[in-house]
Design a protein around this ligand. Structure first.
Ligand SMILES: *Cc1c(COP(=O)(O)O)cnc(C)c1O
Length: 487
């Protein structure tokens, strides 16, 4: 209500009560004012009533909610189901215009404001999470793989002669497909084994640049967050190599926002060398439904160029979800989730280490991986050849999700390329192992239940008992499409 309506209300209900009510409303509006003024994530989370008030205010600014609107166009924001309308807070127009996902939509001032504010709040969080010098970002309604594709397609305009993308190997199909779908030829750089860890082979990257010629290389495509025993790429060194040879550098930071280490690597890489864009998943980092990603970078013009590559308008849902989430949590709530995650990582490492010891295995020493852990399954393998794959099925039937069993010698063809030792990020990793990740939102109960069930599975396998619950169908050791989604 505005002040005029409040005065009118005073004629109906005692004015002292109305004044109190109007002050209460001002409390909500004050929070909204600060958001509009600063474009930053509020330190403290908002109540649901403030958020709903704000979203309703945005929605009534869109033409589909104008009281006197008459539409004679082919896209008028009409929605048949009121359930669907409510699911989207009556924000029906999406974001962007046909030529640019970041452009203002004249029919939808509210949705346009939502889009700009979301990008600004998300940038604030990316900076707070450790990439202090990030200069711009935008939310795209596509998951990480497709968002990487969009980055590669944008670079093509800058380097029309380039055919290759140098890619330190990570066994996640979407990363590989992102390059192939964009029409480029991935050049797989095998990792080097250092202790238990698989790390970037910088010399191989240098050699490939010399061999192929820098003009033929579209970019280096590196990765931070990944399954142990692979660890985040040597981002600083890669960034320096890219700067030296004037080769673009795109970083896949899929679930790296939740780790200060991954974010620090990106910050440092951009400081000492070259990073053109880094891409992160909305669902993996912000606990929202699958469907969105953030493309961020240090050069506003380049990030703008990527947003202009997006053909057509786009769904506002991922933007709306992440904005609601960040307003609900506030920066302090998000920080709390991150510190709890870190604490659970230590707890998980300790529990897995103990369990490994009890079963004659060991927790692989992968200190450079801040999220994912791996426990060897060498003893189990020695006990019986099938036991390792059986463990995968057993965990699946016991509803332990995300724990990923990696047997030796899996061969997998992805878009025509044969990967030996697939899932393990190396052609011949020394032992089979099991992965578990401490990702945002994980609870102590998750850790406890998972280790308890894992313990049971390992015991029964060693006794040679038949695996799994009878009759249940399980995928073969998590080799299905979703095996890469444990985090
Ligand atoms: C999740 C993930 C991706 C992308 O998967 P999408 O389903 O496209 O979001 C890419 N790389 C890594 C390392 C991932 O974890």
């Amino acid at each position: 209500m505005n002040s005029e309506n409040f005065s009118l209300s005073e004629k109906i209900v005692s004015s002292s009560y109305i004044r109190q009510g109007s002050q209460a409303r001002r409390g909500h509006e004050q929070l909204i004012r600060v958001l509009l003024e600063q474009g930053k994530c509020p330190e403290e989370g908002w109540s649901e009533s403030t958020i709903e008030l704000f979203l309703n205010e945005l929605a009534v600014m869109d033409s589909n909610n104008f009281l006197g609107n008459c539409g004679v166009g082919e896209r008028e924001g009409r929605v048949a189901s009121s359930l669907v309308a409510r699911r989207h807070y009556r924000l029906i127009h999406g974001i962007g215009r046909s030529g640019d996902i970041a452009a203002i939509q004249p029919k939808a001032a509210g949705s346009s404001l939502l889009n700009k504010l979301t990008n600004s709040v998300v940038l604030d969080i990316i900076r707070q999470a450790g990439v202090r010098s990030a200069s711009s970002c935008f939310v795209v309604p596509m998951a990480t793989g497709m968002s990487l594709t969009l980055c590669f397609l944008t670079l093509r305009h800058r380097r029309p002669g380039a055919r290759y993308i140098l890619w330190p190997r990570i066994d996640q199909k979407s990363c590989f497909k992102a390059m192939v779908t964009a029409g480029f030829e991935p050049v797989v750089i095998e990792n080097v084994l250092e202790g238990d860890e698989l790390r970037t082979d910088l010399e191989a990257v240098q050699r490939k640049i010399e061999e192929l010629g820098k003009g033929n290389i579209l970019c280096v495509h590196s990765t931070t967050s990944c399954f142990a025993p692979r660890v985040p790429d040597r981002l600083e060194e890669l960034a320096v190599i890219c700067a030296k040879h004037d080769i673009p550098h795109v970083v896949n930071n899929a679930y790296g926002v939740q780790s200060s280490k991954c974010m620090h690597l990106i910050q440092q890489g951009a400081r000492v060398g070259r990073i053109d864009a880094f891409v992160q998943s909305l669902d993996k980092n912000f606990m929202v439904p699958v469907g969105g990603a953030i493309i961020a970078g240090f050069d506003e013009d380049f990030i703008k160029e990527i947003s202009k590559m997006y053909p057509g308008r786009a769904s506002a849902s991922p933007s709306l979800d992440v904005l609601i989430t960040l307003l609900t949590l506030g920066a302090s709530g998000y920080r709390k989730l991150l510190s709890e995650r870190k604490e659970m990582y230590n707890h998980l490492a300790k529990e897995l280490g103990t369990l490994a010891q009890q079963h004659g295995e060991r927790l692989l020493h992968t200190p450079h991986n801040p999220i994912s852990l791996a426990m060897s399954l060498s003893g189990l393998q020695a006990h019986s050849d099938q036991a390792v794959t059986q463990l995968g099925s057993m965990l699946f039937t016991r509803q332990v999700s995300g724990a990923r069993v990696v047997p030796l010698g899996v061969e997998q063809t992805v878009s025509g390329h044969v990967f030996r030792g697939f899932m393990s990020h190396a052609e011949a990793y020394p032992c089979p192992y099991l992965n578990a990740a401490s990702a945002i939102g994980i609870t102590r109960a998750d850790v406890e239940l998972c280790t308890k069930r894992l313990d049971k599975c390992l015991k029964s396998l060693r006794k040679g008992a038949s695996p799994g619950a009878s009759g249940a169908t399980a995928p073969p050791s998590g080799l299905e499409e979703d095996q890469g989604d444990a985090a």
